[in-house]
Design a protein around this ligand. Structure first.
Ligand SMILES: O=P(O)(O)OP(=O)(O)OP(=O)(O)OC[C@H]1O[C@@H](n2cnc3c(O)ncnc32)[C@H](O)[C@@H]1O
Ligand SMILES: [Mg+2]
Length: 172
């Protein structure tokens, strides 16, 4: 099984490799653009980014499976939630989609995003650290490390693989 991952972010790669290594999988890692804003601002836009990346990864990497993982935020009446979405695309099938855990962002961080900044650099500045998006992620910072970005994407990867299995088992 040739699995093409549409990102070079280590937190994303780790999650996919951990879960998909249950199969004899060959992993190809490619930096694929999401085709949406650098900072997606709704679930719909974030899903679109994940699906775009998965479809482009499948095509560009000539795999059996293309995977896209995308982070964004969703405005609600309770404030701005961190959201993450994953997509798995295979040839001639509709995309499989799964969402990750979500938490509310502190107002101080949310305000900066609303003003047009990106979460990655805002988090580094806020937490006085470097490259949080490649490591624990915002979710790791705000959950005191209980769930880091790779953990969160590992759950998304399981949701994707499980639905893929269900699709193929069901048709036997
Ligand atoms: O290389 P890619 O795959 O693009 O990885 P990325 O870290 O940029 O991640 P996304 O494009 O999926 O995320 C969209 C934006 O939100 C930021 N972001 C998302 N989740 C984050 C997190 O948990 N911690 C820090 N920044 C995050 C990210 O830096 C981007 O500005
Ligand atoms: Mg990005």
């Amino acid at each position: 099984m040739r699995v093409v991952i549409g990102s070079k972010n280590p937190a994303k790669i780790k999650a996919i490799e951990t879960i998909f290594s249950q199969y004899k999988a060959e992993f190809i890692v490619m930096d694929i653009p999401s085709g949406v804003a650098e900072q997606p601002f709704s679930d719909a836009e974030t899903i679109k980014g994940a699906v775009n990346r998965a479809a482009d990864a499948l095509y560009s990497g000539e795999g059996q499976i293309g995977i896209g993982l995308e982070g964004g935020v969703e405005k609600t009446e309770n404030g701005l939630f961190l959201c993450n979405w994953g997509a798995l695309v295979e040839k001639d099938e509709p995309p499989i989609i799964a969402g990750g855990a979500r938490i509310l962002l502190p107002e101080e961080v949310a305000d900066r995003l609303v003003k047009g900044e990106e979460l990655g650099p805002v988090m580094d500045d806020y937490a006085k650290k470097q490259n949080i998006r490649h490591n624990e992620g915002a979710i790791g910072v705000f959950t005191n490390g209980q769930i880091n970005r790779a953990d969160m994407f590992t759950h998304v990867a399981k949701l994707l693989l499980g639905q893929y299995e269900y699709r193929h088992v069901k048709r036997r």
